[in-house]
Design a protein. Structure first.
Length: 296
């Protein structure tokens, strides 16, 4: 007990607003590391297990914010932040907002915090709750906004998950977060289509799964090539399979889907973009020109 008391004195104290699955995981990790923690949650019963572990439970957001300079917010959405902190004195506080939001919402929330005398850091969590506090699982959080805040509290913020500062524009963490998650959902769409194709056959999903995994891993290398082409403004650099060649092959995918009784609605929009780019005379390019079509 004496050692824990000594450790806690040297650890930054902080406040956490929001004890959903992610918030509770963050709280447990900070407490386990010896950080004095004040918590608040709209449904007070969720704070009870953390109180047993040593957290101080605040009755209101204002009480929680008043307890510490460093205030971490992990609520449902941006509207929840507005509601919880409406009228709360933020002067002199360091607000770290881990609510999933858009870049525009993050920038507006940063301005909102600055108007109230607080420093602001926005965060995009690249992890699910079971990964929090498990270094081997590779969790990390994108942070953007006040560099001074990040430099001062970086060690504390790194306790539950790794940290990656991506710029002083408060919207960048959300931008990186949504960009990565958008790519993830695109991958999920392709995987769903692949499993749907074998649904009426005797091919077991478990047999296809390792092949899908290795194939997607191999194809991930194309991301670096796409980035290089975008930065150079030359979509013919390092082309392995031209747009014209790939468009020529798309009818096979659509016919296969039809034969298997599978909707092509996950593939067809992308194929249509490929065809549009080809119609513009970009047959010798890579698929990178689709990015330009999306920007229009």
């Amino acid at each position: 007990m004496a050692q824990n008391s000594v450790d806690s004195v040297s650890k930054t104290s902080l406040t956490l607003l929001g004890l959903g699955a992610m918030g509770a995981a963050l709280a447990r990790t900070w407490l386990a590391a010896g950080h004095p923690l004040t918590v608040w949650n709209r449904t007070a019963v969720r704070a009870e297990p953390l109180a047993v572990q040593g957290a101080t439970v605040a009755a209101t957001p204002a009480e929680a914010v008043a307890a510490n300079r460093l205030v971490v917010v992990c609520l449902l959405d941006d509207d929840s932040v507005e509601e919880a902190l409406d009228g709360v004195d933020l002067a002199g506080r360091d607000v770290v907002n881990l609510v999933t939001s858009t870049p525009g919402q993050a920038r507006a929330r940063a301005a909102w915090a600055h108007e109230r005398g607080a420093r602001y850091l926005d965060g995009g969590i690249m992890a699910v709750p079971p990964m929090i506090g498990v270094e081997a699982a590779g969790p990390y959080v994108f942070y953007s906004g006040s560099r001074a805040l990040f430099d001062e509290h970086g060690d504390t913020l790194a306790v539950p998950a790794g940290t990656r500062f991506v710029g002083e524009d408060a919207g960048f963490a959300a931008l990186y977060d949504v960009a990565l998650l958008s790519a993830m959902y695109g991958m999920f769409a392709g995987v769903a289509h692949a499993f749907a194709l074998i649904g009426k056959e005797t091919v077991a999903p478990g047999d296809l799964a390792p092949l899908l995994t290795s194939w997607l891993h191999a194809m991930a290398g194309s991301v670096t090539r796409t980035a290089a082409q975008l930065e150079a403004g030359d979509y013919t650099l390092g082309v392995v399979s031209s747009l014209a060649m790939q468009v020529a092959g798309t009818p096979t995918f659509l016919r296969t889907a039809a034969e298997q009784g599978v909707s092509a609605e996950l593939l067809a929009p992308y194929f249509e973009l490929m065809a549009r780019r080809l119609a513009e005379g970009a047959g010798v390019e890579d698929l990178t020109g689709v990015v330009d079509l999306l920007r229009r």
